[in-house]
Structures are given as structure tokens and as C-alpha cells.
Design a protein. Structure first.
Length: 332
């Protein structure tokens, strides 16, 4: 068998980039590229940006003309899995109304890519796909009831039960980032109050840091040195200051860990997962607090065995979208 015939093309579409990689059946990304995404143009310009990225990586040898059959995998891969911005319909591959890619409204992404490349195409949102990749090849391998969260500018989540993504009736399940833990809290971008995303994602960490830096500049000397002034402090500055041993940065991240613990208590009581996996830039910053979260979790759960649930950092970092796209098409 030609080894290339076992490769899957994983595509990660964001508001500014298209990342494309060839992934083998062990989940190893063999090669990858990143190209610009035309998110604010026409729907066809956005589609062409994705097609161009795929062509740039895989080329076109062996691709059949319309109506012709192919005797081998076009471009050295046998299927295409796409992580696309939601909301979307994973059953039809239609991208519905994504705020980060406004060029697509009710756009049949899977059908258009399948038409172009004559391959099986699957589409899902990034957190669902990353959750599946972690279950198949990453930190959650061997577990049956997986809760995955990506912590970054927002908080996205995915649930994988016995190796299958849980989509719910309409495909909109697992919006865990919009579980509220404070109904008097700040208004989230989704319109609800007190969602964990508005309280514990990167922008929220930065906002708490800016407030503390403005109120207590003496304690915030390290943050101010990194950012230049209180209003310029971001979550990245907090992470860098914490790595250098700054007490105020540690206090800010400890507060974030407490919020995440309350949230995960709700998740555990709802889903009873056998593993929790966290990915994304904020998750890497929060990893030193994982033991604290595990220690405190039973106080926020009815589940008496909550403290036994492993809390793990994701295997795939910035490449989660590529691996996730491939996982959508991989056989187990």
C-alpha cells in the first residue's frame, strides 16, 4: 500500500489564517503550512483561500477532471477534515453564521470542497474536533467519557462519549464556555450573564490584571514593566510575570483557577467524565494550578469521586485544529 494513501488532510480555518496539514493514522502531523484567510470578502474569496491553502500543501497530481474517476488519492490523501468557525451544522457541513468569518452565511463548505477535490469531506467546530483528536491520539487516549476545553481568547468545549463526538439534537451541544456560574455577573458576548468565558478566558484575566495594576501599582511593578502601563496589561503579560515568580500574577491566576474549579464542578456533576483535558494558550498558563483545581473540585461537586478525575494538558497545542480536522475522517 502506498503510505500516502493513509494520510488525511486536516484543515483549520480561522478568522486570519488557514492551516493545512497531512496527518497519518497515528495522529502525527507529517507536514503543514499556514496561509492567509480572506474572512471579510465574498464567500467565494473565502472558499478560494481554503482551496489555495490545500493546493499549496498537497498540489494537484493525480486529481481527476470533473466526472472522471481517480485511481489514487488526489494529492496523496484520502479525505479532508475541516475545523471551521461555528455555528455550523456538522451533519451537512454547512457553515451557518460565524462571527469570525463573516464572508460565510449558510455556506455549504463541505459540499464545495468535496466538489473541488473529489474527496470525502467532514466539517465540525474546533473544540469538537480537537476533543476527538485528543481522544484518538492525544492526552485522552484510552478514556471513554472525555470532556475537553480549549482556553484562549474564548472558551470552547467538546464532549466525546465512547469515541464519538456528542453533538446533541441540533449539533449545538457542548457549548460549555457559556455555562453561567454567576447570574449577576458581567454580560458575555453570547448575551448571557456570568458565563465562564467572560470570567476566565484570556481577556478576563487581562481585565482583572489591569484593574489590580491600576489600583495597586506598587504590587504591579513587574506587570507594568512588561506592559508599559496599566491599561496595556494582557493575559500574556500575566503569564510571563508568573513565570518569573511575580506574586500578583500568581494571585490573578489563582483567582482564575478558582472560577474554573466552580465551573468544572458543574461539568463533572452533569457529565461524570473519566478525564478532563484542557488545551489552548491559557490552559498552558494555568497548568501549574491543575493540582489545586483537582484538590478543590470535590467541594464544588455532588460527585464524591470528583477528585479522582485526571486533569490533563492537551497533547496538541497550536496544531489542535489540523489534528482535529484529520480526526474527523480517521477510522478507529
Amino acid at each position: 500500500m502506498n503510505p500516502s494513501s493513509e494520510l488525511i488532510l486536516g484543515v483549520d480555518i480561522g478568522g486570519t489564517k488557514v492551516a493545512v496539514g497531512l496527518v497519518d493514522h497515528h495522529g502525527k502531523i507529517m507536514t503543514q503550512i499556514r496561509t492567509p484567510m480572506m474572512a471579510n470578502g465574498t464567500a467565494e474569496e473565502g472558499l478560494q483561500a481554503v482551496i489555495s491553502a490545500i493546493d499549496a500543501l498537497a498540489g494537484s497530481p493525480g486529481r481527476p477532471r470533473p466526472g472522471e474517476a481517480s485511481t489514487e488519492s488526489a494529492g496523496g490523501f484520502h479525505s479532508i477534515g475541516i475545523c471551521a468557525p461555528g455555528p455550523l451544522d456538522p451533519k451537512t457541513g454547512v457553515v451557518l453564521n460565524p462571527p469570525n468569518v463573516p464572508c460565510w452565511r449558510n455556506f455549504p463548505l463541505a459540499a464545495r470542497i468535496a466538489e473541488k477535490f473529489r474527496q470525502t469531506v467532514k466539517v465540525d467546530n474546533d473544540a469538537n474536533a480537537a476533543a476527538l483528536a485528543e481522544t484518538m491520539w492525544g492526552a485522552a487516549r484510552g478514556y471513554h467519557y472525555v470532556f475537553y476545553a480549549t482556553l484562549g481568547t474564548g472558551i470552547g468545549t467538546g464532549v466525546v462519549l465512547d469515541g464519538r463526538i456528542y453533538h446533541g439534537k441540533t449539533g449545538s451541544a457542548a457549548e460549555g464556555g457559556h455555562v453561567s456560574i454567576d447570574y449577576h455577573g458581567p454580560v458575555c458576548g453570547c448575551g448571557k450573564r456570568g458565563c465562564i468565558e467572560i470570567l476566565a478566558a484570556g481577556p478576563a484575566i487581562g481585565a482583572r490584571a489591569r484593574a489590580k495594576a491600576a489600583a495597586e501599582p506598587g504590587r504591579a511593578a513587574n506587570l507594568l514593566a512588561l506592559a508599559g502601563n496599566a491599561q496595556s496589561v494582557t493575559s500574556e503579560h500575566v503569564g510571563r510575570a508568573f513565570s518569573g515568580g511575580d506574586p500578583l500574577a500568581g494571585e490573578i491566576l489563582a483567582e482564575t483557577a478558582h472560577l474554573l474549579t466552580i465551573w468544572l464542578g458543574n461539568i463533572v456533576d452533569l457529565l461524570d467524565p473519566d478525564v478532563i483535558v484542557m488545551g489552548g494558550g491559557v490552559a498552558a498558563m494555568m497548568q501549574p494550578f491543575f493540582d489545586d483545581i483537582k484538590r478543590d473540585l470535590p467541594a464544588w461537586c455532588v460527585n464524591p469521586r470528583a477528585g479522582e478525575i485526571p486533569l490533563l494538558l492537551a497533547h496538541y497545542g497550536a496544531d489542535a485544529g489540523i489534528a482535529g480536522g484529520a480526526a474527523l475522517c480517521a477510522t478507529q
